[in-house]
Design a protein around this ligand. Structure first.
Ligand code: B12
Ligand code: SF4
Ligand code: SF4
Length: 462
């Protein structure tokens, strides 16, 4: 390598060498196959050589250099960040024993750190231009959350959501999901639909259908994903190729935990993220990146002695502060659960036919919530105040056509009827409701028939 010939005023030769490696290795890494002993690997190879590497770093006082190192054939995809044991400020490689083969994910020096600070500011500005309410940056250290996640799974709180238990430790170790990841850029997008019917009034009207505020407009997955992709591409336009992937509710990612670490808010006792200026009516999405951006400071918790969300929950699903038994949550029962809704919980669902917002509606911080600014989240098909009987009469074709582009379509017509049947069963007895239920008594789906029969018997007993 001819790195010594690269000159830049004010930068020590060694720092410049490292910078040169950074550029070269990012290119190589994107091809996914690098022998670390090709050309430059020797520089960090054996302990003896690593000593030689540290030497000039100390002499030149080389602050906050870091790297991600992937060991071939061993701990694949494991990212190590080692801090120099000698001066603590330096941050350069402490030891590389046993690392004869591998790849460097990135390196940076004081000079590039300055640019990364500026880049972080730009990313937040670009995020706002793309419609995000805020953007924050965290490192990938979720070791504090891993045990809590495992305990939650061990208690079976995830119910039928097998995807929560799959993927090993990828959910709590970002670099196992996307090799080379050292930072997570989290973004939040407000969704509360402007000019929508008063949610409290709908909940109080047993003949009306309550649908979660997040699902009244367009499916958020695409809306967020497209914007995150645009943001990531804008970053690429600034720094050149960087390795990234975008997610929103689509992969084994601890979104709330990451967003909390990135300063976007604190985790409320209902387990969702909230913040003092915006409440909790927002979605989260992330960009996993190998850019060593400066991280943000987490916000402090402002729940205090309040436990309104725990007290209001219709099914007592928040079994302790910050712990949700999803199997009892109406959101799980109406959206995630594929089979029969446990009969003892059906009366508690009231008129909630898709998701539930009670723990957010009661939260005092939502007095400060902002409504959505994107037209995507405006109410479609009058879903904010529809009558149960009208929705129950939708054929499968109606369901598919009217809910095209909505998150609700994912549950399918069968579960839609199941949920509405339960709500009709909870409504005050009325001949019109009994007639609507009676019309579906011979529905081809056993799941629908069973819930209709339950609803009819409840209509008759009350
Ligand atoms: C599975 C899931 C569900 C499940 C389970 C919810 C849950 N709380 O786990 C069900 C179907 C019930 C659900 C419901 C809803 N969900 Co949901 N859900 C998810 C999903 C896919 C994973 C969540 C998860 O990891 N759960 C696992 C458990 C272990 O995580 P946890 O409860 O957060 O546990 C942590 C805490 O317990 C913490 N902890 C433990 N002890 C202690 C102690 C203290 C002091 C503290 C501070 C923390 C703490 O450590 C644990 C590990 O991190 C995320 C998207 C994602 N990929 O992250 C969306 C997500 C959390 N859901 C979201 C939404 C909007 C909802 C609903 C509001 C939808 C609705 N209106 O019906 C409800 C709200 C219900 C509620 N109160 O949580 C949003 C939340 C946005 C926000 N503002 O926070 C997310 C982030 C999706 C998104 N991309 O926007 N959801
Ligand atoms: S969404 Fe509803 S059921 Fe689920 S925890 Fe919140 S209040 Fe309880
Ligand atoms: S209702 Fe109270 S306890 Fe629950 S999240 Fe809001 S402030 Fe925290």
């Amino acid at each position: 390598m001819t790195m010594v010939h690269i000159a830049k005023p004010g930068v020590k030769p060694f720092a410049r060498i490292v910078h040169t490696i950074q550029v070269k290795m990012i290119q190589l890494k994107r091809r996914q196959a690098i022998g670390f002993n090709q050309g430059i690997g020797w520089a960090f190879d054996a302990p003896a050589v690593s000593q030689r590497t540290q030497q000039p770093a100390h002499q030149g006082c080389f602050p906050r250099a870091e790297f991600a190192f992937q060991i071939k054939g061993q701990t694949r995809n494991k990212v190590l960040r080692q801090v120099c044991a000698e001066c603590q400020r330096c941050g350069l490689v402490g030891q590389m024993a046993g690392a004869a083969h591998g790849i460097i994910g990135f390196m940076h020096d004081q000079d590039s750190q300055f640019d990364l600070n500026r880049l972080a500011g730009q990313i937040k500005q670009w995020g706002r231009e793309l419609g995000f309410a805020a953007v924050g940056i965290a490192d990938g250290d979720l070791s504090g959350a891993e045990a809590a996640l495992q305990a939650w799974l061990a208690q079976g709180f995830h119910g039928e959501m097998d995807y929560m238990a799959a993927h090993g430790t990828k959910r709590s170790r970002p670099a196992e999901l996307v090799p080379g990841t050292v930072r997570i850029i989290s973004a939040r997008l407000d969704y509360f639909p402007p000019a929508s019917a008063d949610p409290h009034a709908i909940l109080a009207d047993a003949d009306a259908a309550y649908i979660s505020r997040y699902a009244l407009g367009r499916d958020y997955h695409k809306v967020l994903r497209n914007r995150l992709q645009s943001l990531a591409e804008r970053i690429s336009g600034e720094v050149g190729a960087h390795h990234f992937r975008v997610f929103t509710d689509s992969a084994p990612v601890l979104e709330v935990e990451l967003a909390a670490r990135s300063g976007l808010g604190w985790r409320g006792k209902h387990t969702l993220l909230l913040n003092r200026q915006h409440g909790s009516w927002f979605f989260l999405g992330e960009i996993y990146t190998d850019l060593p951006l400066p991280v943000d400071t987490p916000e402090t918790n402002h729940c205090g002695t309040c436990q309104a969300c725990i007290d209001i929950c219709p099914t007592q699903a928040i079994v302790a502060p910050y712990t949700l038994d999803a199997r009892r949550c109406i959101s799980y029962l109406t959206i995630e659960l594929k089979g029969s809704i446990p009969p003892e919980l059906r009366p508690l669902l009231g008129n909630r036919i898709y998701g539930c917002d009670d723990c957010q509606l009661v939260c005092p911080w939502n007095r400060f919530a902002q409504t959505a600014t994107l037209p995507d989240f405006e109410v479609r098909n009058g879903l904010d105040g529809a009558q149960l009987a009208g929705l129950f009469a939708w054929s499968e074709a109606d369901f598919n056509a009217r809910l095209a582009g909505s998150a609700i379509r994912r549950i399918g017509h069968e579960r839609w009827l199941r949920n509405i049947a339960v709500a009709l069963g909870n409504a005050p007895p009325a001949p019109a409701i009994q007639a609507a239920l009676g019309a579906q008594l011979n529905h081809p789906s056993q799941l629908v028939r069973e819930h209709v029969a339950w609803a009819l018997s409840r209509q008759q007993e009350t």
